[in-house]
Each structure stands twice: as C-alpha cells, then as structure tokens.
Write a protein that binds this ligand. Sequence first.
Ligand SMILES: [Zn+2]
Length: 502
Amino acid sequence: MISMASHEDLIEDNLLLPHEINNQRNRKVKATFLHKIKAFFVKNWKIILLLFVILLLISCTIIIPISILKDKTKNISSQCDEYGKKIVETALKGTEAYSRLATMCTLFGNRLSGTQALENTIDWIQEQMINDGLENVHTDNVSVTHWVRGNEYAHMTAPYYKKLNMLGLGGSISTGGINITAQVIVVNSFDELDQVQSQVPGKIVLFNAVFTNYSSTVQYRASGAVAAAKYGAVASLIRSVTPYSLGTPHTGGMYYQDGVKQIPAAALTLEDSDLIQGLVNFNKSVTIQLYMEAQTLPNAISRNVMGQITGSEYPDQVVVIGGHIDSWDVGQGAMDDGGGVMVSWEAVRLIKALGIKPKRTIRVVAWTNEENGAAGGQNYAALYKNETFFSIETDGGATTPLGFSVTSSSKTLSALSTIAEHVLKPIGSTSVTEGEVGTDNSFLVDQGVPGAQLVTNMTQYFWFHHSEGDAIDKMDPVQMDQCVGTMAAMALCIANFNGNLP
Ligand SMILES: [Zn+2]
C-alpha cells in the first residue's frame, strides 16, 4: 500500500519538478518571516502603539498647521512680506504726518462744513498731493449742511450766580434773539425723564448722564432735545459726552424730529452738570439763563479731495484709505480727524516715495462733512462704489494703532489677520477683529464693499473729542508714524492680494 508521500520524501525521491521545489522553499521562508513579524508585534505592541501616537502628534502639531498656513497665505502676495516690512521699517524711522498736521492746524484752524477755512484746507491738500506726485488728484463737489454757531452763553442765575462753560450742539436752533430763563429739571436717563414728565413743561431739562461708552452716552446729545420737547421743555442741556473734563464743554451733532417742536440744545461741562445735580439734590431750585444765535443756513458746496498711486495690474480696482477733513468749530480738529487724514495721506506718499508700484490702485480720500451730515462719504460711495476693492477709514485719533476692525466675509477677515501677523508685528498693530468700519466708510460697506477701520488706543480720545482741547498738542509724532506704517503696509498687501478677496 502506498501511503501519501510527504513533500520531503518527494523531494528526496526527486519526484518534484525543480520550480515546484523552489516554490515550496519560498513558502516555508515566507511562513517563518510572517511568524516572526507576528511575534514581534505581539511582543512589542505597547512600543508600536506609542510610536504611532507620537507620529500622530507630530503630524497634528507640525504638518497640519503648515498646510493650513499654506492655504491661508496662498493669496497673500510674496511682495507683501518684502514691501510690508520695508514700509513699516521706514515709517518707524519717522514720517511727515505730524509736521503736516501741525502745519494744517496752524494755518487753517478748525474746519466746519460751510466755512472758508475748510475749503482753504482742501485747496492746500490738493496742492500738496500734486507736489507729492500723486496721480488723479482731484476734488468732487458735495452739497453740505451749513450750520453756524454765532454768539452764545449760559449762566446759572439761582440759587447763586455762576457763568457756565457751554457749547451749543451742532444743528441746534437759536434762542430766538432772547435769553431763555427757566428752572432746571435734572434727569440721568430717558426713563427718568418719562417719570417726571408732568414737571417738564416750561423747564430746561439737563440730561446728566455719566459717560459709560460713546455709543450709549451720545444718545442724549443726539436726541435729548426731541425727548425733552415732547414733554414741553423750553431748552435741552446735556452733560458733555466725555469721561473726563478740565472745564471744557464738548459739542457734536443733534437732531430734530418732524412733528416735534424744535428747542435749543447745548452741552455743559461735567463740573457744572455735577454742581447743578448737587444743588437739586439739596432741594435747591436752579435757574439757568441761556442765549444762542445758532442757525442753519442754506447748504454750501464743499469737496472730497483725493489722490492715488495707480495700480500696475488692476488700475480700476481701488483700495481706499482715508479720514474726514471737516471738524467741529472748536479746537483744531487735530485728533478728529485731521490726524486720520494725515496718516492716510502719508501712507500713500510713503509707498510712492519708496518706489513701490502696487498691483491695484491705492487712493487716499479726505471726506468732507462727516461731523454734521456725512454727505462726503455718501457722495464718494455713490460715485466710486463699483471700483472699490477695499476701504479703510481712520477716525479714532491717530494714536497708538492696535489693528483693524473689519466688516467682510470671515475669510477676508482671516486673510487680513494673516497679513497683519506677517508685517505689523514690529508695530504691534496685529489685532484684526470683526467690527465697525467708520461713518464715511459705512456708505461703501453697506453696499457690500469689504471695509475696515484703523483701531487705535482711544483711552483719552473722548477727553478732547469735539472740544477746544482737540489741538495739535494732544498728538504724538511717534504714534502717528506707527499709524502710517500700519495703514500703508495693510493697504499695500491688500492692493497686491492674489485674486479676489475671499
Ligand atoms: Zn471724526
């Protein structure tokens, strides 16, 4: 009986073909190898798992961020780094922003819409822009509100006499050629006014609302007169919209409402507002005598003024940077917003002086009439909305720049943030957050143009805002240079952006 022969027997007996012998050997070798690997894994599984985890961590911490960064920076021009750094470096060595602002404030003073001083300033800017070698320097006519202050005063006549430092609010009517003399009723809010409405007829209402932040507190300046007039007040006063005072009243725009009687409106100092409040707290009857000649004349013609560096590849796509050239009729409008105009203008001049040719046009605009009408911003948006690629306004005092607040898609915001990280670290102005873009800019942004506002350290801004204190002595050349570098580098990197903004 022949049993089944083993492979070895067959080999030995030479009964297998040569290639079958080789296959058989290979299988044996393979089986042994697989067995060894399996044994290795079983024995060292902990080490292998650890190595795997380490590899995973490495890929998470290095490879993934690199790929994200690559994706984030793919639209940012390679020239952004080179030119941006050059711009920042040059700006920090010193610019002409402060000296130009000082010249403007000294030669022309404050610049309320409708005044010759504003128009003379605009002529001077236009002339200087041409001297700087900017292109397409021109002005566009804008019909603006023409409010004039005239003579004005306020006195406390009871319980004792005191001259009150006051400023009529922009847009207010006069007291009709007479003194308005009436008892004062003090409230701290609109709610409080509602509660005492029966006592309001024939009185002067003083809104003594302590400054919390500008947007909350400014409502008493803007619409206090309407609220007081609805209950029969003869005039409306406000505690100035500022957190700090050296006896200075602060003006600003106020508005009437159709169908509500117009009454004169003015601002008192924090000191006098607290004094009147204190007397009322002692149950003293306080009487104020108010005289104002304020009136609104027929509209005047003012102008937006602008100049540019025309883009080398996309001349019809414009990156706008600017501020407003008008101011209130007190102080010099150095912080608000002469400084903003100067740092924007100097940013464009600096790019030009460095011989940098941006791919898109970079245009500096000085908008007119921001303070009492914003007709300049509206006019600009109506004319140039379609060509505006991006728009940056600065109207926060041109003090230490912190970054930008942006209204755009989140991807554009993220691109701007990457640009800031790339080039603005030496200045420290790398904060890019979602937020408001400024009044003049808002007319572009409301129509879908992406825009931003330079964010500055505004700790002391409202101390001087709209007061006699807003003069050149409050400005700092180094801080202005930092604003120039920030505006110029950001504008250049946006102008050289590869492709459309995401
Ligand atoms: Zn302003």
